[in-house]
Design a protein around this ligand. Structure first.
Ligand code: P6P
Length: 338
């Protein structure tokens, strides 16, 4: 703590490192570099309306989606920061079909790999809606000194060492966990530091917000349709139905529900049996955070963190948020299958 009664992200990381036996500072250094890239991307996102970064970069990413210029910029910034840290030997990014391996000597000896969505929700950039960066950190499996292998990235989510997101919204926040709870840091642009603003976040056991794209209603499983109707019924205690909130930006929808309580669902549909969201760099990091905050995250059946990934860009259905709300939705799914 400095004289101004502020705990910066770096102070927090270093203090927490002291609590982790045998921690030699590699993870701290990696998180520090992620923080640097977050500040650089914040600056660009914040000016998106002014500087010529709107509009498409003309490229198509592995999702078959046109890449917005900020997507490309964010991917480059986080890739550079992770390479510069010397702690990371490779990354899997939404923006690249294959893994990226870092071949310099320092990075080859790196202990960690990172899965990331450098700018999630980028279709919202041009309309000034909150967007985000999502990251997930694992210890590598392949021998240090060798190039990173795909096997390093196909680990269950319960093997994550750390996970977090940066939300570029009315303020820019970094929220992350290393398995010792969830903490949120707000960027103070006056001093250029992420400052601890949301210590030890716990998501409410129950909430009043349900969040999913009801435009897909006709394609939803019967159980999801029944859960939506349940949310719309009058609640006996408050005599009012739940509120429907859906921004269409995972980080923004997840963050609101994390703080206020609620459930976010991106279910399987007839046309997309595995839903839309990616296991490695969207669902696993969010699931780690949700569970660390006392919430829950499943694919409607099993815990997201227990799913063994088969491919880098694998999709899974996602039901996450307040524990009792996720379990209620799961109950409707089970009953509809009977
Ligand atoms: P839909 C953004 O493209 C994204 O990947 C997530 O951020 C968001 O939750 C989801 O897709 C929105 O998808 O089909 O509702 O527009």
């Amino acid at each position: 703590m400095n004289g101004y009664n502020i705990t910066t992200l770096n102070e927090f990381i270093i203090r927490r490192q002291a609590n982790i036996p045998y921690a030699k500072g590699e993870l701290s250094n990696l998180l520090h570099h992620i923080g640097i890239a977050a500040k650089v991307v914040h600056k660009k996102v914040n000016k998106a309306g002014l500087v010529d970064v709107l509009g498409e970069a003309g490229e198509i990413n592995v999702q078959g989606e046109s890449q917005q210029k900020l997507d490309v910029f964010a991917d480059m910034q986080f890739t550079a920061a992770l390479r510069n840290s010397g702690e990371c030997c490779g990354i899997a990014s939404e923006e690249n079909q294959e893994i990226i391996t870092f071949d310099d000597e320092l990075s080859l000896d790196g202990k960690y790999i990172v899965c990331m969505d450098p700018l999630d929700g980028s279709s919202n950039i041009d309309v000034n809606v909150s967007i985000g960066t999502i990251f997930s950190i694992y210890r590598r499996i392949s021998p240090r000194g060798d190039k990173a292998q795909v096997v390093d990235f196909l680990q269950e989510g319960n093997k994550q060492i750390a996970a977090g997101y940066i939300i570029y919204g009315s303020s820019t926040m970094m929220v992350y966990t290393t398995g010792l709870g969830v903490n949120g840091f707000t960027l103070d642009t006056g001093i250029g530091e992420f400052c601890l603003s949301h210590p030890n976040i716990k998501t409410p056991e129950a909430g009043k917000i349900y969040s999913l794209n009801e435009g897909n209603y006709n394609k939803f499983p019967e159980g999801v349709k029944k859960y939506i109707k349940y949310c719309q019924e009058k609640d006996k205690k408050t005599n009012r139905p739940y509120s429907a909130r859906y921004i269409g930006s995972l980080v923004a929808d997840f963050h609101r529900n994390l703080l206020k309580g609620g459930v976010f669902i991106y279910p399987q549909t007839a046309s997309a049996p595995n839903g839309k969201l990616r296991l490695l760099y969207e669902c696993n990091p969010m699931a780690f955070i949700a569970e660390q905050a006392g919430g829950k995250a499943t694919n409607g059946d099993i815990k997201i963190l227990d799913i063994k990934p088969e491919t880098l860009h694998q999709r899974v259905p996602l039901y996450t948020g307040s524990k009792s709300m996720v379990e209620k939705a799961e109950k409707f799914l089970v009953e509809s299958k009977k």
